[in-house]
Design a protein around this ligand. Structure first.
Ligand code: GDP
Ligand code: MG
Length: 371
């Protein structure tokens, strides 16, 4: 395994890269300034300069140090919701209804673009953020990367159908993630709707609704007719209240968030929907996001309106990326452009090395198979 370059070592020990290279030379090693040295060489060189080398993992080396949360900065934030359920049970219809019924009067048009996350304002000016991730993939991909983005799952089950494989899958995902489930029994406008049957099947799948003595709130709805949606929102907010979901609302910390979705726009470049988790993203902030970096050039809400900053649980469209980030990447604001670039470069080097090692292994494997 290779670690730091002479350049990085020099920085760490407060000597020049030339000193390091010369030392390597005297030890019989020929290296260039940006070449990464092996562990033994680093140990030797460090000793020569009176240091003891201590190695940390790549994960640690490329992590961002996060300041601790001060209790006084922690405030209640809007809950982040993912709607899950079997195909055709009405997930999109529910989200569309919620979105369209909350278009503020005077605001031109609803939200037509698919951008992966929306904030809606319900009664008494309370906000709820919805993640609109295609299927369950993004949810699981983000979780696999350790990003916990969803606070509550709304499980949609069609009352004219049954608990289906993807219903079970959704229940399993939510339970594995420790995310509470609020049940929405949809399509109750249909004559053949049988909500009681659904509740029975759900109980068999380990989801017992409240009225039957369980812990899961349940609401009968029609996403098409708008029946029971306000009540569903109330139940979601009640669930959020019990959990006292808080976020760090300090204006002084380096903000961070999760990449929900990204696209490449011909004119504007990379546009990414970010769910802010901590602090406030502001125009001009330098940041890293996975292996890429940038500087926030513009922030927009879900209607494309320019905004100046975005805080905890707020989804925001961000311009200013150098490259496409991946869904589930953490975006972290850095203290300077230089810090952002240094960290992004370090991550890129490590990624390239991993790719190189992987491709070498593949080649060796195929050679081995041929022999
Ligand atoms: P998704 O696959 O879970 O996103 O489901 P969709 O929202 O695309 O809905 C699938 C079909 O069910 C569409 O034809 C909808 O119009 C219909 N649908 C959704 N909700 C309702 C409802 O409450 N009542 C009725 N009658 N039809 C619905
Ligand atoms: Mg859909």
């Amino acid at each position: 395994t290779e670690y730091a370059s002479p350049h990085e070592l020099a920085d760490l020990m407060g000597v020049t890269a030339k000193d390091i290279i010369q030392k390597c030379f005297s030890l019989g090693k020929f290296v260039t300034i940006n070449q990464r040295l092996d562990k033994e060489s680093i140990e030797l060189i460090a000793l020569e300069f009176g240091f003891e080398a201590e190695f940390i993992s790549e994960v640690e080396a490329t992590a961002v140090l996060i300041e601790a949360d001060e209790p006084e900065d922690m405030q209640i934030r809007p809950p982040v919701i993912t709607i899950m359920g079997h195909v055709d049970h009405g997930k999109t219809s529910l989200l569309d209804y919620i979105r369209n019924s909350n278009v503020v009067a005077g605001e031109s048009g609803g939200i037509t673009q698919h951008i992966g996350a929306y904030e809606v304002t319900v009664e008494a000016d309370r906000k709820i953020t919805f993640l609109d991730t295609p299927g369950h993939e993004a949810f699981t991909a983000m979780r696999a990367r350790g990003a916990q983005v969803t606070d509550i799952v709304i499980l949609v089950v069609a009352a004219d159908d049954s608990v289906m494989p993807q219903t079970i899958e959704a229940i399993n995902h939510a339970k594995a993630a420790g995310v509470p489930i609020v049940v929405a029994i949809n399509k109750v406008d249909k004559p053949e709707a049988n909500p009681e049957k659904i509740k029975t099947q759900l109980s068999e799948a380990g989801v017992l609704v409240e009225e039957w003595g369980g812990e899961h709130q349940c609401q009968e709805i029609s996403a098409k007719k708008g029946i029971g949606i306000a009540e569903l929102m109330e139940k979601v907010l009640a669930e959020a209240e019990i959990r006292e979901l808080k976020g760090n609302f300090s204006r002084d910390i380096n903000a961070s968030g999760i990449i929900v979705e990204s696209e490449l726009d011909k004119g504007k470049g990379v546009i990414s929907t970010v769910l802010v988790q901590r602090g406030f993203l502001k125009i001009g902030d330098p940041f890293v996001a996975g292996n890429t970096m940038g500087k926030i050039r513009a922030l927009m809400d879900e209607r494309g309106k320019r905004i100046l900053f975005a805080g905890p649980s707020q989804p925001v469209r961000v311009l200013g990326f150098e490259d496409l980030p991946q869904s589930g990447d953490v975006l972290t604001v850095m203290s300077s452009d230089r810090d952002a670039r240094d960290l992004a470069q370090k991550r890129q080097v490590i990624r390239r090395e991993h790719e190189f090692r992987r491709s070498t292994r593949v080649k060796l494997d195929s050679i081995a198979r041929q022999i």
